[in-house]
Ligand binder design. Structure first.
Ligand code: AMP
Length: 450
């Protein structure tokens, strides 16, 4: 069953989501569903209980939110129809953010309630009427017992990061919650691991669930040699790319991955203008035939560069490339594994090369957790010019870092990010001291006045 659905459905349109959701998905920059979304969304929409084994970074939040938003459709009545339980307020806040992103064009009312704050504002929001409530278990029970929350209209219950909830000792609260909500409902449980307590919970909680597991790839990462360069901005990334590809013999068949269509176009145009060799770009805006032709040209060896977004490259078999260059760090962490698995010449030093700006380093940590290894870091060679970060990009970077800090610590108040100096290698080979903090050594040119 699941397999059939998987084969048929390949795009968000195929899920028969409504226009409001499809518009929000497009605006979020999601080109195609991730594997967990492909497998879960049709099952959830068909009303099945789900046991989803997936980590953060796989797109699991949208996997359950999209069908929930689809089911709830619009604001109605006063009481929540979907409850999403999360172990921590950080996760609750992230889920709330995802609802705001994906539910943008609907009038669906939602909020996240959690401890650490007085309940007054939360109660006010609840009293104004809600369709979806995100909550940590304790605060939910507190407000329920005070009579502030009516849960009898719940149709869907999600337990997100169930393993963490068990580790944090929330089983008693979850049992209490299960007692007070309607028996007839759809249950969705997501967990990164399936340890004993999660198995017990899922047996108590789910009815004939569809089990969906996003298997971590048998990581080819150990056999691929990887390098990470910290690069301060877009312009310097281009300079770094240009530096690397001077070596035509080594970098003879290169896939360059970018995070957005826009960056894919910019990089491809740059390479074309400078006449570094034949270039093809594939991304969501290119028709299927153009994409296939580009891939064929690239495979034939007549094309030196293929610039691609992750979704455009997914499922297409191109191996034996000399290098994969991650011009941007992927948002969906598993894509890192997919990307670097494309290098066919594992013995070739630096076969997978990643450029990361400071905010992208935040995601590198999660990727390293997923691949269970550190990506070796090298300093940028001194020959590469470090450009100043233009004002707008600087603002964007500062905003992203603030956002990340707030995500890790909701009490974080700093509105402006402290600028760190930019490091560079001292020797010609670009080796430097990989253990040195990247932001330790000042490079006057790159450190800008405020
Ligand atoms: P999650 O695993 O839910 O924490 O999601 C990880 C990241 O992937 C989030 O930043 C999402 O916004 C992003 N994401 C989710 N689905 C997609 C998709 N289909 N395409 C691209 N990015 C996605």
């Amino acid at each position: 069953m699941a397999e059939e659905a998987e084969k048929e459905v390949t795009t968000f349109e195929d899920f028969k989501l409504n226009k409001q959701l499809l518009n929000a998905i497009e605006e979020a920059g999601y080109e195609k569903p991730t594997p967990i979304q492909l497998q879960s969304i049709p099952q959830i929409m068909a009303g099945h209980d789900i046991l989803g084994i997936a980590q953060t970074g796989t797109g699991k939040t949208a996997a359950y939110l999209l069908p929930i938003l689809m089911k709830i459709k619009y604001a109605q009545g006063n009481n929540p129809r979907a409850l999403i339980l999360a172990p921590t307020r950080e996760l609750a806040m992230q889920i709330e953010e995802s609802i705001s992103l994906l539910g943008k064009y609907t009038d669906i009312r939602y909020t996240a309630i959690y401890g650490g704050l007085g309940p007054k504002t939360q109660i006010e929001i609840i009293n104004n009427g809600l369709d979806i409530i995100v909550a940590t278990p304790k605060r939910l029970m507190e407000l329920y017992l005070k009579g502030e929350l009516i849960l009898k209209e719940l149709k869907t219950l999600v337990l997100d990061e169930a393993d963490k909830m068990m580790d944090m000792g929330f089983m008693p609260q979850i049992r209490q919650i299960l007692e007070v909500i309607p028996r007839k409902r759809q249950n969705l449980l997501f967990s990164a691991t399936m340890h004993d307590k999660v198995i017990t919970l899922s047996e108590e909680f789910l009815e004939f669930p569809t089990r969906i597991e996003v298997t971590q790839q048998a990581t080819p990462v150990e056999t691929v040699s990887q390098v990470l360069y910290q690069v301060p901005n877009l312009r310097t990334k281009i300079a770094m790319l240009e530096y690397l590809i001077q070596d035509k013999e080594t970098f003879n068949r290169v896939i360059i991955f970018t995070r957005s269509k826009k960056n894919a176009e910019s990089v491809a145009k740059f390479l074309e203008r400078r006449e570094y060799g034949e270039v093809r770009a594939i991304h969501g805006n290119k028709g299927q035939n153009t994409r296939i032709n580009s891939m064929e040209d690239f495979k034939s060896g007549n094309v030196r560069f293929l610039v691609a977004t992750d979704v455009a490259a997914r499922g297409i078999d191109v191996t034996m490339v000399s290098h994969v260059i991650n011009f941007d760090v992927p948002f969906v962490y598993e894509d890192y594994v997919h990307r670097i698995g494309r290098t066919g010449r594992a013995e070739n030093a630096g076969a997978a090369i990643t450029f990361a700006t400071e905010p992208e380093m935040y995601h590198i940590q999660s990727i390293e957790k997923l691949i269970r290894m550190k990506i070796p870091v090298e300093l940028m060679p001194t020959e590469v010019e470090v450009f100043e970060t233009p004002f707008e990009e600087r603002q964007e970077i500062a905003r992203e870092i603030d956002h990340q800090k707030r995500r890790d610590n909701p009490d974080f108040k700093g509105a402006f990010h402290e600028k760190k100096p930019f490091p560079k290698s001292r020797d010609k080979k670009g080796k430097g001291d990989p253990k040195a903090s990247f932001w330790q050594k000042t490079k006057k040119k790159g450190s800008k006045k405020r």
